[in-house]
Design a protein around this ligand. Structure first.
Ligand code: TMP
Length: 208
């Protein structure tokens, strides 16, 4: 049996981490073993790159350098964790993946999408999720939730202005429209249990 690869995408504060864990628990109840992982990070090397990316001044890295660092972190994560798990029949639920680079470094920061996809082809052999769930939440509400969670400890990305986060949201929306086979939009403003139920419904065709 081959495992499935699922990614959760969306802006800050949409509940991706909470829902990733809830999905893994719900899948376990159905006899499907799933691991939860995240980007940037998820492997030892990628977590080291995460520390470089998340901390320091907003201008510490240019968008092009960020795109390279995210691609490098992803390549290590795919090689060391994601591909081995899928090959062993385990499902992988990833909290952010390639579409975050395409939204944050690409559309919202000006890096060419084709360049990001080329880096992904080189670094991770172009591995794409079987399904990507876009957790939809108005950016103002997401910022409020993330602010309540992170306080003054916002990272280099969360700390950017409303225009940036609106551009990110529009980018995700555009990707979901362009790739309807891979993407499912999920209303993240509902109660957490309802969001989990909607996610399970939206992957039911992948279940064994
Ligand atoms: P998070 O772990 O709280 O989701 O934070 C990760 C931050 O990094 C978030 O603000 C989005 C940003 N990010 C990118 O800019 N590009 C990427 O490729 C990924 C995976 C995350």
């Amino acid at each position: 049996m081959i495992g499935r690869f699922l990614s959760l995408e969306g802006g800050e504060g949409a509940g991706k981490s909470t829902q990733a864990r809830a999905m893994a628990d719900a899948l376990a109840e159905r006899g499907v073993h799933a691991i939860v992982t995240r980007e940037p990070g998820g492997s030892e090397g990628a977590e080291a790159i995460r520390a470089l990316l998340m901390h320091g001044d907003v201008r510490r890295w240019s968008p092009h350098v960020e795109a390279l660092l995210f691609a490098a972190a992803r390549a290590d994560h795919v090689e060391k964790v994601i591909r081995p798990a899928i090959g062993a029949g385990t499902w992988v639920i990833c909290d952010r993946y390639l579409d975050s680079t395409r939204a944050y470094q690409g559309v919202a920061s000006g890096v060419d999408d084709a360049a990001i996809l080329a880096l992904h082809g080189f670094g991770s052999k172009g591995l794409l999720p079987d399904r990507t769930f876009l957790l939809d939440l108005p950016t103002g509400e997401g910022a409020r939730r993330a602010g309540a969670r992170d306080g003054a400890g916002a990272d280099r990305f969360a700390a950017r202005g409303a225009d940036f986060h609106d551009a990110v949201a529009r980018a995700f929306d555009g990707f979901a429209t362009a790739e309807p086979d891979r993407f499912r939009r999920i209303d993240a403003s509902a109660a957490p249990e309802q969001v989990t139920a909607a996610l399970l419904d939206a992957l039911s065709d992948l279940l064994p």
